[in-house]
Design a protein around this ligand. Structure first.
Ligand code: CUA
Length: 160
């Protein structure tokens, strides 16, 4: 089979691009741990308020884990429980969130935290709050007439 010189160049370029893309994807997934929201964690969203940890939303100090606090958030039309959280600055927090009715967003303004809360699924993200301040949490998935009022507030404060 005869291949034109330019055709060889383009084949080489195409295959190389594919390899580079797959290598970057592999590093992102396996080395940096990027992954879709924990789609394996399934929960009965109709009874979610009776199921731990969503029976007690809020911030809890934890021992013996890779993070200092766990923040359990339950979203529903049109608010988040808890509606306001104080987080000591510099603490590593695992946010565990779900929704009890429809799809809601969970975006922490000014950070890279942005999750889509889907009924029946549990979202988890581990993050560190290094800068003191107030972080508005907003819903960025249209969820009904009160969508634009749906918010929470993270207050990152100095430790006493
Ligand atoms: Cu909840 Cu929009």
């Amino acid at each position: 089979m005869h291949l034109h010189r330019y055709e060889k160049w383009w084949l080489t370029f195409g295959i190389s691009s594919l390899v580079v893309f797959l290598v970057i994807l592999g590093i992102s997934a396996f080395h940096q741990g990027h992954q879709p929201p924990s789609a394996n964690a399934i929960i009965n969203h109709e009874k979610v308020e009776q199921i731990a940890p969503f029976d007690k939303p809020g911030l809890k100090k934890v021992e013996g884990k890779d993070w200092d606090y766990e923040l359990v958030v339950l979203a529903s039309a049109f608010f988040y429980n808890p509606g306001e959280v104080e987080i000591p600055v510099g603490s590593k927090v695992k946010i565990i969130a779900t929704t009890k009715d429809v799809v809601h967003g969970f975006e922490v303004a000014g950070t890279n935290i942005n999750m889509m809360l889907v009924p029946g699924h549990v979202n988890e993200i581990v993050t560190t709050f290094d800068e003191p301040g107030e972080y508005l949490v907003v819903c960025n998935e249209y969820c009904g007439t009160g969508h634009h009022t749906m918010k929470s507030m993270f207050k990152v404060v100095e430790k006493e």
